[in-house]
Design a protein around this ligand. Structure first.
Ligand code: AKG
Length: 226
């Protein structure tokens, strides 16, 4: 499915203030303490188990932005907490959020969000995107491996032109909405502090096609169309 999509030509938009910087940073400190011992890098679907994540996916500022993109009826399809420990080699490869072996999201009825719990910049591995890449539709991808380091379905893309790449430094408490076809990833954290972000996939009713017969277990957060 090609075309500009609900977020405009670049396929990415800033979300300001899904949480206060103080609240985001305090949550990040708790998560850092909880996961430091085993240096956990990826937690799948924290919104199903943790009150703080249920609260985050219901942020009024965030949901207003999502409603403007895909309408009033919204459910969370999945979430990933991504923790980049300082000095650890953990690159999220170039990928698109809207497709994997199990599901394909309709780019007009779904949107991805990335919420910063810590500041994220070039040194600590902020998001990097190829603006406008969503307009080419879904691309062939490699099968995702179930390891933290392989977070993201690596695309068979080589030779990305660095001129096309835009870094998206983001302050704790801010975030981004991304078209689910937008090619994006992040580099390893070479800074001094931990970098934590929450990735969320939001869908409207019928905003997805199941490819493997599995159940998406939707978590409604807005509207009555569920
Ligand atoms: O947190 C990151 O660095 C990127 C996460 C991401 O792109 C994803 O989970 O789809």
């Amino acid at each position: 499915m090609t075309g500009v999509g609900p977020l405009g030509p670049d396929g990415v938009r800033r979300v300001r203030g899904w949480a206060t910087p103080a609240a985001a940073t305090a949550r990040a400190a708790h998560l850092t303490a909880a996961y430091r011992a085993d240096r956990t890098e990826v937690v799948r679907n924290p919104h199903l188990t943790a009150e703080w994540a249920r609260h985050a996916v219901r942020s009024p500022v965030l949901l207003d932005a999502v409603r403007r993109a895909i309408g009033p009826d919204i459910a969370v399809e999945n979430t990933f907490l991504v923790i980049k420990w300082p000095g650890g080699p953990f690159e999220v490869p170039w990928h698109q959020d809207g497709i994997n072996d199990g599901i394909e999201l309709d780019p007009h009825r779904s949107v991805a969000a990335w919420l910063a719990l810590t500041d994220a910049d070039e040194t600590t591995g902020c998001l990097r995107v190829i603006p406008g890449s969503q307009q080419h539709g879904y691309l062939p991808y490699d099968t995702e491996q179930d390891t933290g380091a392989a977070r993201g379905r690596a695309l068979g893309i080589t030779g990305i032109d660095p001129v096309e790449v835009r870094l998206l430094p983001t302050r704790a408490g801010d975030g981004r909405l991304m078209d689910v076809r937008l090619v994006h990833g992040s580099a390893s954290n070479t800074g001094a502090g931990v970098r934590i972000g929450l990735n969320i996939r939001f869908v409207a009713p019928d905003g997805y096609t199941l490819r493997d017969g599995s159940d998406p277990s939707l978590y409604p957060v807005s509207g009555t169309g569920w």
